[in-house]
Design a protein around this ligand. Structure first.
Ligand SMILES: *Cc1c(COP(=O)(O)O)cnc(C)c1O
Length: 391
């Protein structure tokens, strides 16, 4: 991904910074849209994965919709130019202020996560003389087979409405004419690489779809969420995930009734490979048990390793390729400067013998990277560089 010219340009920059390859992002979006359109599927982008302005603008220009999980994300999506009619709003804890703002902006739908929330939205919409279009987020008790911190569709998770609460939901929908039930919503987890999980999800969606149909509700939208995983170990092997295989599963196993629409909310699969965190080695500490590379980037720039024990490929960028082959390899614990022991990007990482000032890339960092940056330790504001600024 990084040729000599790019690395030379990096050398001129203050580190750390996020590097975004917007061409790869465009290629990824085109591929996702192309494969979705084969089956007439609709794709939304989950803003929470990355809301960097140019990344968002590139996504908006591709014609994709927006999936938001806060009132500010809804406002951001509108500001960037996403079609309001393609904005959905999910989240377990929507405040009254956020609900009112979304009603005001006439978004496409609320993905409702509890019976109580449904009643609140119904009441607020009634007061404002608005119709709130709602999809019920059902927790289908499907195991995403992913890290437990990014599993969301099990009974023990806080997300979604439990199946035994659906009758209560229908009561409320009858009670409030301000509520228009347009569909069902599911999102069972993130970084899902086992396609059987999506197969199981389809089976559940079909059951719920039938349940509503039997009760006289022909729903317009089946929203199956996101969660498609990417390859963190070999980012250059498959820079664009296999969208064809993914969408084909839903086409094969989901039973659409009439002209029901199928919606997806992809985050990670669209943006993760286009971003890398670029850093320099500040210090090399050789110990008895461990060698440490201390970088100028830490968990304040990329929190995923500290937060979910996530793996990111770490690449040494300095030195020509011929030199690199001849270099001796050493095992380093690659750590950041933050005062926390969890501030570690990788343990026992095999890298060429490294020196102060060497450039390091932490790959597959476009999703849940920059958006989680924090000011802890009063760190600098995060910086970023786009490929078209340096080529
Ligand atoms: C986070 C989230 C997504 C996107 O998840 P990815 O794993 O990044 O695809 C989609 N829908 C909802 C409701 C979410 O919370």
């Amino acid at each position: 991904m990084f040729n000599k010219n790019i690395i030379a340009a990096f050398e001129q920059k203050e580190t750390p910074f996020y590097y975004y390859d917007l061409d790869l992002l465009r290629a990824t979006l085109n591929e996702a849209l192309k494969e979705a359109q084969v089956h007439g599927f609709h794709v939304h982008y989950a803003l929470k994965a990355n809301f960097n302005d140019r990344v968002l603008k590139t996504i908006q220009q591709s014609g994709i919709g927006a999936d938001c999980v806060s009132g500010n994300e809804v406002l951001k999506a509108i500001e960037i130019g996403f079609d309001r009619n393609m904005i959905v709003f999910a989240g377990v804890g929507k405040s009254d202020k956020e609900i009112l703002s979304a009603l005001e902006h006439d978004i496409f739908a609320f993905n409702v996560e509890s019976v109580q929330e449904l009643e609140i939205i119904g009441g607020l919409a009634q007061k404002k003389n608005k119709i709130a279009k709602v999809a019920l987020r059902i927790n289908p008790n499907v195991d995403a087979q992913t890290h437990k911190y990014i599993t969301t569709g099990l009974d023990e998770n806080k997300f979604g409405i439990k199946t035994w609460e659906l009758n209560d939901c229908l009561e409320l929908i009858k009670k409030y004419p301000s509520l228009e039930l347009i569909g069902l919503h599911f999102h069972v987890g993130s970084q899902i690489v086992d396609m059987n999980v999506f197969k199981s999800l389809c089976v559940k969606v079909n059951e719920f779809n039938n349940w509503f149909d039997e009760r006289g509700y022909r729903l317009k939208v089946l929203n199956v969420g996101g969660g498609l995983g990417v390859d963190y170990t070999n980012p250059d092997g498959e820079p664009i995930v296999d969208f064809r295989r993914y969408f084909e599963i839903f086409n094969k196993f989901l039973e659409r009734k009439g002209d029901q629409e199928v919606h997806f909310e992809l985050g990670r699969a669209l943006v993760s490979q286009c971003g890398s965190l670029i850093s320099r080695v500040l210090y090399v500490k050789n110990g008895i048990k461990k060698n440490f590379l201390i970088l100028d980037a830490g968990m304040t720039e990329l929190m995923r390793p500290a937060l979910y024990q996530a793996y990111h490929k770490i690449e040494h960028l300095s030195g020509s390729e011929i030199e690199m082959h001849e270099k001796e390899l050493v095992h380093y614990d690659v750590v950041g400067p933050i005062c926390e022991s969890t501030d570690c990007f990788g343990k026992e990482v095999e890298l060429p013998v490294s020196h102060r000032g060497d450039m390091i890339a932490i790959r597959t960092a476009g999703a849940y990277g920059e958006v989680m940056a924090s000011k802890y330790n009063l760190r600098d504001e995060i910086r970023y560089v786009y490929n078209d600024e340096i080529q």
